[in-house]
Design a protein around this ligand. Structure first.
Ligand SMILES: [Zn+2]
Length: 455
């Protein structure tokens, strides 16, 4: 960045306030929890009176709006999940029995991908949509976006809830480029032409795009003007080593975002301190539970993220089990914001591999192998069962031009895995460019054990 650009950046920062919505963002937690309790009471009453599904289930379980007297009373409400949403939808297509407003009030739907069953629709009223977009502006602002920025939105627009997040950037005043998911050559050409300062994509794609640029003779760090990369959809953005490698490739800061199609395009995002994703706690009530017992886990421990919408009118979602494994903190962030932060997503409950009784997440392995500069960072986990025993093989690649001893390198990686994950793994080091490059949600597990977990 030239001195002139730097000066302009500093000046522009000074003239803008620090927060988008200071009152809500810096509210003391006691006050915030009192606000959440009021919103939760209203939400439960709305669901009880207007959603056929909730009315039935609450009556069956002896729950009514008076059940909620404290925030802790949320534990009395039943969990929901993707299967419940799908069953409600099948009962009364196309929006389902969970919906709590007449159809004429619904103005937008997104649909989740149908990879694990029929797509589920996520309906919004105009107020739901406006609340969401204002929240997007709030988190973009917290990540440092200002009206002086040029923002390139490189997420899918086709029925995907991440698409309309771009309006948050427009509302904030940034110049917004609706790029969508176009071929990387076109995206790079567009970036050379308009020189955006911020881009939003997945961590795998940010990496892939940077490497593709390099192969075309474009240095992403020098020839492009990107200084912030927002990432979502995969754990990589919160894995320190992965993040640093993307940051070095682009000479930009990476900010992790967390979204869920059944609620908002993003429900949480990192501020400029980059120390965990701040949740929209005036919109969403967060619980982190032990996936087996359903009990709340302590600050810093890993558990399944469970979310309850506090304002959404079209389809209230209560105690929705996301299947994402996170850890959290409610300590006030260095940025002054008081909202609960999650330390990224460690993996999916479904992706959790049980190898000889030990819980292993792909992100644990990723964290280890991306410390090695001798390796490309691509990897695949292959799980087999030999003589009734689970075996884990970690496939990685050495970097172009590596001339060291392959066996010694494999041994070092193996020792590291054993030390930090407590699992014995065979490490196979392959030639560069052998493993498939993933451009969307990284699928890095090959489990050959069949349907052993009854899934
Ligand atoms: Zn913060």
């Amino acid at each position: 960045m030239s001195f002139e650009q730097l000066k302009k950046k500093e000046q522009s920062k000074k003239s803008y306030p620090k927060y988008w919505d200071e009152k809500i963002e810096t509210m003391p937690r006691k006050e915030l929890e009192a606000l959440q309790l009021e919103l939760l009471k209203d939400m439960v009453a709305h669901a009880y009176h207007n959603s056929p599904y909730y009315n039935r289930v609450f009556n069956e379980q002896g729950i009514n709006p008076d059940t909620i007297q404290t925030l802790d009373d949320i534990k009395k409400l039943p969990f929901s999940n993707k299967k419940v949403i799908r069953a409600c939808q099948d009962e009364a297509p196309p929006f389902g029995t969970m919906v709590a407003v007449p159809e004429e009030e619904i103005v937008y739907i997104s649909a989740s991908s149908g990879s694990t069953g029929s797509p589920t629709a996520s309906p919004f009223t105009q107020k739901d949509f406006d609340d969401w977009i204002d929240f997007e502006s709030r988190i973009f602002w917290s990540s440092g976006m200002r009206p002086t920025d040029r923002y390139c939105h490189a997420l899918n627009f086709s029925m995907f809830v991440g698409g309309p997040c771009v309006y948050g950037a427009q509302k904030l005043g940034a110049l917004s480029i609706h790029a969508g998911t176009i071929p990387s050559e076109r995206l790079l050409a567009l970036m050379q032409q308009f020189q955006p300062t911020i881009i939003w994509t997945t961590p795998s794609y940010a990496w892939y795009l940077g490497e593709t640029a390099q192969k075309k003779g474009i240095d992403p760090a020098k020839d492009l003007n990107i200084n912030k990369i927002f990432v979502c959809g995969e754990p990589g953005g919160s894995i320190e080593v992965t993040r640093r490698r993307i940051e070095n490739l682009w000479d930009a800061d990476v900010y992790d975002y967390y979204g869920i199609s059944d609620i908002f395009g993003s429900c949480a995002a990192e501020c400029e301190e980059k120390s965990g994703c701040h949740f929209a706690e005036d919109q969403i009530l967060v619980e982190v539970i032990n996936p087996e017992t359903g009990e709340q886990v302590a600050d810093g421990e890993r558990g399944e993220l469970v979310l309850t919408t506090l304002k959404k009118q079209a389809r209230p979602l209560i105690r929705f089990r996301t299947g994402d494994i996170v850890s959290y903190t409610t300590k006030t962030c260095e940025c002054g914001r008081t909202s609960l932060r999650i330390d990224g997503v460690h993996g999916r409950v479904d992706d959790m591999l049980i190898i000889k009784g030990v819980n292993v997440f792909p992100s644990d392995i990723e964290h280890i192998i991306r410390h090695y500069h001798e390796l490309t960072g691509e990897y695949r986990l292959v799980v087999d069962r030999v003589n009734h025993l689970d075996t884990l093989t970690v496939e990685v690649e050495y970097v172009e031009g590596y001339t060291g001893n392959i066996e010694e390198l494999a041994q070092a990686v193996q020792t590291d895995i054993k030390k930090s994950v407590a699992v014995s793994a065979a490490v196979h080091i392959l030639e560069p460019d052998t493993l498939p490059r993933v451009t969307h949600k990284a699928k890095r597990i090959l489990d050959n054990r069949g349907n052993v977990w009854g899934r």
